[in-house]
Design a protein around this ligand. Structure first.
Ligand code: AMP
Length: 280
């Protein structure tokens, strides 16, 4: 496995792979890798000949009061995990390499980015689409794998790929969970024991909504009220949103259309912001 830090080296390596007819799979990450990330790598290995994992904590997707500075970074450990998982190349550029002095071009999707996380993190998706478009231009992968855990992110990226005519197949991988149901996330390491226990209610609220839908409930107000009630029973949790939306457009839904609707939850568990979702 090779670790590449420069944009130029990554571009010429990818160009060389393409000339050998290698199908390239890209897994974009911010590092601090966990099993969830590695499940994306496994999917990439099934679908592509060469797998490239990018590791880059992208400053443009963090708000001024968010956790960019303290976001967990451990490149040596990440590289080891990638090597064990059979990754071919790790692309780990510096911030200066990706955003040199005077950088001034951004990519912004303006519809699907608005609701849910877009309300409390107004420039977040602009940062995501910008860095992902840059990675797509650097690597020019055939497929790119993203996690359903960040459902709005996948929807925004699919829209960007379509709108900007990227010839890339965006593949969505299912959410991997810890044994207690908490969705795996690099931010889980910030949770204390008590906070972790409270965080378990997020998955329970999603499961409860799914059970209600399976037993015939279609009214989204009722489902949201029940999930909100469960979440509110934990004193460390403050709700950012509990919404039921169309899984592709992220538009709020009045009635649940099974298979099309998704419940999305974002909460603060004390100082840790967690998101999760479930198809209903
Ligand atoms: P991040 O490093 O948080 O930017 O995540 C990189 C990629 O891994 C994104 O496509 C995420 O959606 C995906 N991912 C994060 N957590 C999980 C998880 N628990 N299960 C599956 N994919 C995940």
């Amino acid at each position: 496995m090779q670790v590449i830090a420069s944009v130029f080296d990554m571009q010429s390596t990818a160009e060389n792979l393409r000339s050998k007819d290698q199908l390239i799979g890209l897994v974009p990450t911010m590092g601090a890798l966990h099993e969830g990330h590695l499940s994306l790598v496994r999917l990439a290995k099934e679908r592509a000949d060469t797998v490239i994992v990018s590791i880059f904590v992208n400053p443009t997707q963090f708000g001024p009061n968010e956790d960019f500075a303290k976001y967990p970074r451990d490149l040596a450990r990440d590289v080891e995990l990638c090597e064990k998982a059979g990754v071919d190349y790790v692309f780990a550029p510096t911030v200066e390499e990706m955003y040199p002095k005077g950088y001034s071009t951004f990519v912004s999707e303006e519809l699907i980015s608005r609701p849910l996380c877009g309300i409390t993190r107004p420039n977040h998706f602009r940062g995501v689409t910008t860095v992902v478009a840059k990675l797509f231009n650097i690597v020019r992968p055939d497929i790119a794998i993203f996690g359903q855990k960040d459902a709005q992110q996948v929807a925004v990226i699919k829209k960007m790929v379509n709108d900007l005519h990227f010839c890339i197949d965006v593949v969505t991988a299912p959410t991997l969970r810890e044994a207690d149901g908490v969705a795996m996330s690099s931010r889980n390491r910030y949770l204390s024991g008590n906070e972790r226990e409270d965080a378990q209610v997020i998955y329970r609220a999603l499961q409860r909504a799914k059970e209600m839908v399976d037993s015939g409930v279609r009214n989204t107000d009722r489902l949201i009220a029940e999930a909100t009630h469960l979440l509110s029973s934990r004193r460390r949790i403050r709700i950012i949103y509990v919404s039921i939306v169309d899984r592709c457009t992220m538009d709020a839904a009045r009635e649940v259309l099974p298979g099309k609707a998704m419940m999305a939850i974002a909460v603060w568990v004390d100082e840790v912001r967690l998101i999760d979702n479930m198809l209903l």
